[in-house]
Ligand binder design. Structure first.
Ligand code: SAM
Length: 348
């Protein structure tokens, strides 16, 4: 099948096999089919997700982590990082300020930090829900099913837990403290509990090939995720992968475009890691299928410590000023701003 025909078929609902996915991911900059891929991804976004960008506030409330992820600067073997935990009051006050600035979704993210017990997380959820009509996404890693159940009951609407790579052997190599089956189990249980679920993966991990990326996309499709975060791997100097090559933003944009064609309604963020390498790539993601942007809102003194990967520090501005900047940035990219909570398009 010709590449253009394949792209058309996928945008109409055909599920490509591994080889077909790889054929598209291999398109180079000179290939005329490449601009067609991005064009189609944008058309599919407009059709299924409208031309509105969802803006989410993310509070990275703790950088303590019990895990040993080989790529992540928060891994517990990193003794150089200064660790922090936000108090419950600080978290709730930050959420309040974000709500006042116009945010309708609060993403609560942290390392896997069991200091935040079930009771503490529930108190945070309850108090943030009391602020107003807000959606809450939790991204706190692997917990007991009972806890997930309680969080859902208390007000968590969504859960983001990336599968990182769908290659089981590679996953197990990169996560010596855990395994792929356990991650997958969490995703399945969360879905069963009625959460809108988010998964995702890194592009450019060492030992990853085009076939791994094809597996990743097929995995997301099989889970019918409501959100998927796809971003380039960026080496961190305090990890065992410090000398590895960073992920390609060009390849990431192709993966995002193909994800849009295959997943249709799924929320796809222009990930922060895309903007780390080049701010323009983040804008380009909006013409390649992305429809979400996440903005850090925790106090600046903590932002520089939540160092998953190295990134430039930004000028200190208030939550409201930063929100206004993002709104301008979205309009400049020719898109509209969503003022809804941005629930999954699948649950209408
Ligand atoms: N602890 C939670 C969990 O396990 O889901 C969420 C926090 S974790 C730090 C957030 C995400 O950061 C991971 O899912 C991973 O994809 C991403 N990440 C970590 N290190 C990275 C790196 N070096 N390059 C790109 N992304 C990275």
């Amino acid at each position: 099948m010709q590449t253009k025909e394949l792209i058309n078929k996928i945008s109409l609902g055909y599920q490509p096999n591994k080889n077909e996915i790889i054929k598209i991911l291999r398109l180079d900059k000179e290939d005329e089919n490449l601009s067609y891929l991005f064009y189609k991804a944008e058309q599919v976004t407009l059709k299924y997700c409208k031309d509105e960008i969802q803006i989410r506030a993310i509070i990275e409330f703790s950088n303590y982590c019990r895990c040993k992820c080989a790529y992540c600067g928060l891994n517990c073997n990193n003794k150089l990082i200064k660790r922090y935990r936000m108090t419950i009051d600080e978290i709730v006050n930050t959420a309040f300020e974000a709500y006042e600035a116009g945010y309708k979704t609060i993403v609560l993210q942290s390392g896997e930090d069991l200091w935040y017990s079930k009771e503490k997380i529930c108190e945070i959820l309850k108090r943030i829900k009391g602020i107003g009509d807000l959606a809450i996404t939790l991204s706190i890693g692997e917990r007991e099913i009972e806890e997930y159940k309680e969080f859902k009951k208390t007000g968590a609407d969504r859960f983001l837990i990336k599968h990182e790579t769908a290659d089981e052997l590679l996953y197990n190599k990169l996560h010596p403290h855990s395994n792929f089956k356990s991650r997958f189990q969490c995703l399945k249980e969360l879905k069963k509990l009625g959460y809108q679920i988010g998964s995702g993966f890194m592009v450019g991990l060492p030992w990853q090939g085009y076939d791994t990326l094809a597996k990743d996309l097929i995995f997301l499709k099989s889970l019918e995720v409501d959100m998927a975060g796809i971003g380039p791997f960026i080496p961190h100097p305090e990890t065992e992968l410090k000398n590895q090559v960073k992920g390609s933003t060009f390849l990431t944009l192709k993966v995002v475009a193909l994800a849009r064609l295959m997943l249709k309604y799924t929320h796809l963020p222009a990930t922060t890691s895309l903007g780390v390498l080049n701010e323009l790539d983040k804008i380009a993601a909006f013409s390649s299928g992305a429809n979400v942007i996440m903005q850090k809102v925790e106090p600046h003194k903590y932002r520089r410590l939540y160092e998953i990967y190295p990134s430039k520090l930004k000028v200190h501005k208030s939550i409201l000023e930063e929100r206004k900047d993002i709104e301008k940035y979205i309009l400049k990219a020719g898109k509209k701003i969503s003022f809804t909570k941005g629930d999954s398009f699948k649950i209408k």
